[in-house]
Design a protein around this ligand. Structure first.
Ligand code: ADP
Ligand code: MG
Length: 331
């Protein structure tokens, strides 16, 4: 394990993506991996769900900045900054009460408060990670980009169209503020990638939008298990392959200083691009690898069959799918 990296300046990174795509999982594992390198990391959850840092804190929620503000009392910084795994500093911006107010407002308020209290100077984190909901890059959710609060922006995306659609919208947001001191783009973190064709889809989207892919992260049951234990993979399965993927990703984020303006696709271009991939996927439907991947998604544990299933295994897997399809449950 490499330790004690010399950091000459504070890095601030925003990780955007569609809801449920894996931003918090990825952010928390990057934070945990960076903490193993003896770096001081602060992770700021900017999603009204307020669960960004849960796996760094044994699966527990922490009081959010907005909740503390709502109490009306003077806030002590210790009330909003909580230590998690290996000293990672955890903050949750929080959100409005359900049904009331603007969700993005929480981020603006939280960031203002952290700056006002000089939290970044006092705690001196080497790396600050903003984990931001990116379905809509609205005024509030756009803050880390618009005001250059974060320096570098990453997006987590799978090969699913809606995730790519959200990434493309993020690119539009970055482009809009690029000439006015806004944050710039640094890479796509491809998540839940288990098949070559999923990799190809992301790679092609990245080529078309003149962006880069920083890392391909597989979908893995190790992540599921660790999340159930309230842990990152770095903490819960430190010797697993998945932990090493996150360590590699963290190293790449550290050494990646690239910042650029992406070239988002127009609405028609994106539609045309999606249709061309739909045709390719139809051709791929019956390949053995595709069948295997489908089953891994449906029947957890089939990944135990290894990376190269033989014909007998594929037949067995096909039979399992059919049974599931007919009876609506795995038998
Ligand atoms: P987001 O923060 O983007 O809303 P989360 O990080 O909370 O998304 O992830 C949503 C769900 O997907 C979680 O249950 C998480 O464990 C799971 N998940 C994310 N990435 C992976 C992965 N690579 N392998 C398996 N499960 C994953
Ligand atoms: Mg999240």
């Amino acid at each position: 394990m490499i330790k004690q990296i010399n950091m000459t300046e504070q890095r601030s990174i925003a990780i955007y993506g569609k809801g449920g795509i894996g931003k918090s999982t990825t952010s928390s594992n990057i934070s945990a991996a960076l903490s193993e390198l003896d770096l001081k990391v602060m992770q700021i959850g900017c999603d009204p769900k307020s669960d960004s840092t849960n796996t760094l804190r044994g699966g527990r929620f922490i009081p959010t900045v907005l909740d503390s503000l709502r109490s009306g009392k003077r806030i002590e910084t210790e009330e909003i900054i909580h230590e998690g795994f290996n000293g990672v500093l955890c903050v949750e911006a929080g959100g409005p009460e359900p049904g009331v107010g603007c969700a993005g407002r929480g981020i603006i308020t939280a960031i203002e408060l952290l700056k006002q209290r000089k939290v970044f100077e006092i705690y001196k984190p080497d790396v600050v990670i903003y984990d931001v909901l990116g379905d809509v890059v609205c005024g509030g959710f756009g803050t880390p980009i618009r005001e250059g609060v974060a320096e570098q922006v990453y997006t987590v995306s799978s090969s699913d169209f809606m995730a790519i659609y959200a990434a493309n919208n993020l690119f539009k947001g970055i482009k809009k503020y690029a000439n006015n001191g806004g944050a710039l783009f640094s890479g796509i973190i491809a998540n839940s990638i288990n098949l070559p064709i999923q990799e190809e889809i992301i790679e092609d989207f990245s080529d078309r939008t003149k962006t880069t892919v920083t890392e391909y992260v597989p979908r893995s049951l190790t992540v599921t298990r660790c999340e159930l234990e309230g842990k990152t993979v770095i903490e819960g399965a430190p010797k697993s392959e998945q932990a090493n993927v996150y360590r590699d990703l963290a190293q790449k984020v550290l050494s990646n200083w690239d910042k650029y303006v992406p070239s988002p696709l127009g609405v028609d271009q994106l539609k045309e691009w999606a249709e061309s991939w739909s045709d390719r996927l139809l051709e791929q439907r019956d390949t053995p690898q595709h069948v295997k991947c489908q089953l891994e998604c449906i029947v957890p544990g089939t990944e135990l069959l290894g990376n190269k299933p033989d014909v007998r295994e594929i037949d067995l897997l096909k039979a399992t799918t059919t049974k599931r399809g007919e009876k609506g449950k795995v038998v």
